[in-house]
Design a binder for this molecule. Sequence first.
Ligand code: FES
Length: 83
Amino acid sequence: MSARDERAEIIPYRDGPLVVRGPFVLLDEDGREIDAGRRTVALCRCGRSQLRPFCDGSHRRARYRAEGGVSPDAERRHPLRGD
Ligand code: FES
């Protein structure tokens, strides 16, 4: 098993959700586990889903737009960055 197989991948899709693949634990803000029921899930990042935190496809109707990768200055502006 490679290191890549042992961790989750989180992929921000252009104009869509964050897709999580691999072993992960999904928690609410109080630390309670949310049963995702599978190893691959799409997490809403547009705020329109009725199934939050999961994507229900509402981003398409909302014409949500977001880059698929890293924003040009995300490194500099990341709010949780430790330094
Ligand atoms: S990203 Fe799909 S419903 Fe929000």
